[in-house]
Write a protein that binds this ligand. Structure first.
Ligand code: GLN
Length: 556
C-alpha cells in the first residue's frame, strides 16, 4: 500500500571488475542489517538482458527461476532477498531491459509519445526511473541492485537512469554502493587495488560517485590499503568496507556489520535508528558452524553441474538442517547416470532422496529408478513438482498395474496419462475458469504463484504444517489426472493435500513408509533460515532417523 507520508530512500548497488562477486547476497545482507535496526525495506533487481523475464531462460545459463507469490518468474537474487528479510516481492521487484523496452515500444505503438522520436534518453531512462519509483512510499529504504558489471554495454541505460535519479530525488535520498574485487596476488604477495580503481573510474566517468565501496577479498584489508583505495576512488577511508570471503553465506550480514557498514549507510542517508538486533543472525551462525549431526541427501537432477539451478532448493535443505541441528551434505546425482548405472550403486549411503522440479523428458526414467529405490528401501523421499509427478507415475506403474503410466509431457500415447494437461479448472488466484490445450502458449499456460492447498488430517503433510490451510508457490503446466485418482488411492496412494475444491491434487504420500511425500508446488521458495520450511524440516528429520551413525549414537 502506498503511503504518501513516507519518503523512501534509495540505495543502488552496482558491481565492478567481474561477475559472481556476490552482489545479490550483499544486497540481501544490507537489507537484513537495516531490518535489524527497525527499518522497513524492499528490493528491486534491474537486469540488463533482453529477455522480458527469466521464465523462458535455460537454467544452465541463468540459474534458477525464482517464483514469487504473485506469480512473477524472477531472477534468483530475489530468492536471497526474501530469505534474508521479511520483504514480500513480486512483479514490480524485477525488471529486465526487455521488459522496459517492451513497455516503451507498446506505448510508442499506441501513439502515446505524440509523434516524438523515441530514444534511450529520455524515454528508456524515464521508464526505468518510473519502475524504480513504484517503490516510493512503500518502505523506509529500497535497495536496488543493478545486474551485470560496470562497463557492459547493455547496462548503460540503467546506470544513466540511476545517475539522474539522485538529482531528481535529492542527494540525501540516494546512496550508491559499489561492490568490487581486491584480488590477492600470490606471486607479488600482496592485494591489488588497480581493478577497483579502474572500475570506480568508469563509474565516475558516467557521473556516479560511489559513497561506499564493498571490497570482496580473501583477507581483511589493512588500513593502508583502505587509505589507498579511498584516495584513488574519491571516498572516505572509513567507507571502504572489507567484504571478506566467508564459510557460510549466512555469515555475510554479521561480517558487514563488524566492518560498520550499516552505520555508514545510515550516516550517509541521515537516518537515526537504535542499535541493531542481530541475535537471530548470531544464533543462526552458531547453529550452522557446529551442527551435532550430519545427513547425506541425494538430489537427482538434470542440471547437476550447475548447482545455481537449484539455489532455493539447496538453501531450503540447509534450513531443514538448521532446524534439526544437522549438517546436510548434498550429493547431486545425474538422472541420466542413474539410468545407465542403476540406483543401488549411486544412492548407497544416502539418508534421503530428493527429486526436484524440472522440465522435459530427458532423465525422467533415471529419476523414476531413484524413486523406486527410495520407496522399496524405505529411504525418506521428497518429490517436488516434477518429482511429485514422477512419484505418481512410479506408483501407477509398479503398484497399480498401469504399466504404461506416464505424463503427457513425455509421450503422445496418453492412454495412461496419470499426469496430464487439465483442460478446464477453477483458478483460485484469478477467480476464473482456466482453459488450456496442447496448442496453448508455452509461457502462458503455467500455473504460477501462490495457490491455496487444504490438507487431510493424520498425514505427514498435516503433521509437518500443523495447520489445515496453506498457500504454496507453483510453476508447472501439468497436473494429476483425476481419472486415475480412485484407482491409485485404492492401491494405497495417499492424497494428503488438494485445492480447496478438491480438484487439483497438491500432495501425495505413502502410508507404509518412514517419509515419502511429493508436492506439486515448490516449498523451497518459502523457506528461510529463520523459519525453515516444515516439509524440509521433517524430510531432514526423517533422513536423520535413517542415518546409521545417528541411530547408533541414539541407541547407545
Ligand atoms: N514439467 C512439469 C510441468 O510442467 C513440472 C514442472 C516443475 O517441476 N516445475 O508440470
Amino acid at each position: 500500500m502506498k503511503d504518501n507520508s513516507k519518503k523512501t530512500k534509495f540505495i543502488f548497488i552496482t558491481g565492478g571488475v567481474l561477475s559472481s562477486l556476490g552482489k545479490g547476497l550483499a544486497a540481501a545482507s544490507i537489507g537484513a542489517l537495516l531490518e535489524s535496526r527497525g527499518l522497513t525495506i524492499t528490493f528491486q533487481k534491474l537486469d540488463p538482458y533482453i529477455n522480458v523475464d527469466p521464465g523462458t531462460m535455460n537454467p544452465f545459463q541463468h540459474g534458477e527461476v525464482y517464483v514469487t507469490d504473485d506469480g512473477a518468474e524472477t531472477d534468483l537474487d530475489l530468492g536471497h532477498y526474501e530469505r534474508y528479510t521479511h520483504a514480500v516481492l513480486g512483479q514490480r521487484n524485477n525488471y529486465t531491459s526487455g521488459r522496459i523496452y517492451n513497455s516503451v515500444i507498446t506505448k510508442e505503438r499506441r501513439g502515446e509519445y505524440n509523434g516524438g522520436t523515441v530514444q534511450v534518453i529520455p524515454h528508456i531512462t524515464d521508464e526505468i526511473k518510473a519502475a524504480i519509483l513504484q517503490l516510493d512510499g512503500s518502505v523506509d529504504i529500497a535497495i536496488i541492485e543493478i545486474g551485470g558489471t560496470i562497463g557492459d554495454i547493455e547496462g548503460q541505460p540503467f546506470l544513466e537512469a540511476i545517475r539522474q535519479f539522485r538529482t531528481d530525488q535529492g542527494p540525501a535520498n540516494v546512496l550508491y554502493i559499489h561492490l568490487t574485487w581486491v584480488p590477492y596476488l600470490k606471486a607479488a604477495g600482496e592485494v591489488k587495488t588497480k581493478p577497483t580503481q579502474h572500475s570506480v573510474r568508469e563509474l565516475r566517468a558516467i557521473g556516479i560517485q560511489p559513497h561506499i565501496l564493498l571490497c570482496r577479498t580473501e583477507t581483511q584489508l589493512s588500513d593502508d590499503i583502505k587509505a589507498k583505495i579511498a584516495l584513488f576512488c574519491n571516498v572516505e577511508a572509513s567507507d571502504v568496507i572489507t567484504a571478506q570471503d566467508v564459510e557460510s553465506i549466512y555469515d555475510v550480514p554479521l561480517c558487514l556489520h563488524k566492518e560498520g557498514l550499516d552505520d555508514k549507510i545510515l550516516k550517509h542517508l541521515n537516518i537515526w535508528t537504535g542499535a541493531p538486533h542481530l541475535e537471530p543472525w548470531e544464533d543462526l551462525a552458531r547453529k550452522i558452524k557446529c551442527p551435532a549431526n550430519e545427513v547425506t541427501i541425494a538430489i537427482i537432477g538434470k542440471y547437476v553441474d550447475l548447482t545455481e539451478s537449484y539455489k532455493s532448493l539447496h538453501e531450503a535443505l540447509v534450513h531443514g538442517g538448521v532446524a534439526n541441528d544437522c549438517k546436510v551434505k548434498m550429493r547431486y546425482v545425474s538422472a541420466e547416470d542413474l539410468d545407465n548405472t542403476g540406483a543401488g550403486e549411486l544412492l548407497t549411503g544416502c539418508d534421503g532422496v530428493l527429486v526436484p522440479g524440472g522440465f522435459g523428458k530427458r532423465g525422467t526414467e533415471g529419476k523414476i529408478c531413484a524413486i523406486t529405490f527410495a520407496r522399496e528401501k524405505k529411504i525418506p523421499f521428497f518429490g517436488i513438482c516434477l518429482g511429485m509427478q514422477l512419484a505418481v507415475i512410479e506408483f501407477a506403474r509398479n503398484l497399480a498395474g498401469l504399466k504404461d503410466a506416464n505424463s503427457m509431457e513425455f509421450t503422445d500415447a496418453t492412454g495412461q496419462a496419470v499426469i496430464y494437461l487439465m483442460k478446464e479448472w477453477y483458478d483460485h488466484r484469478t477467480d476464473k475458469v482456466q482453459i488450456r490445450d496442447e496448442n496453448s502458449d508455452v509461457g502462458g499456460t503455467m500455473r504460477l504463484g501462490a495457490y491455496p492447498c487444504r490438507l487431510v488430517k493424520d498425514t505427514a503433510a498435516h503433521a509437518a504444517y500443523g495447520t489445515e490451510d496453506l498457500e504454496e508457490r507453483h510453476r508447472h503446466r501439468y497436473e494429476f489426472n483425476n481419472d486415475f485418482r480412485e484407482l491409485l488411492v485404492k492401491k494405497g496412494l495417499v492424497v494428503s493435500g488438494t485445492s480447496p475444491d478438491n480438484n487439483l491434487v497438491e500432495i501425495v504420500e505413502l502410508a507404509d513408509h518412514p517419509w515419502f511425500l511429493g508436492c506439486q508446488f515448490h516449498p523451497e521458495f518459502k523457506s528461510t533460515p529463520m523459519k525453515p520450511h516444515p516439509l524440509f524440516r521433517d524430510f531432514i528429520k526423517a533422513a536423520l532417523g535413517n542415518n546409521e551413525k545417528w541411530k547408533n549414537k541414539n541407541a547407545a
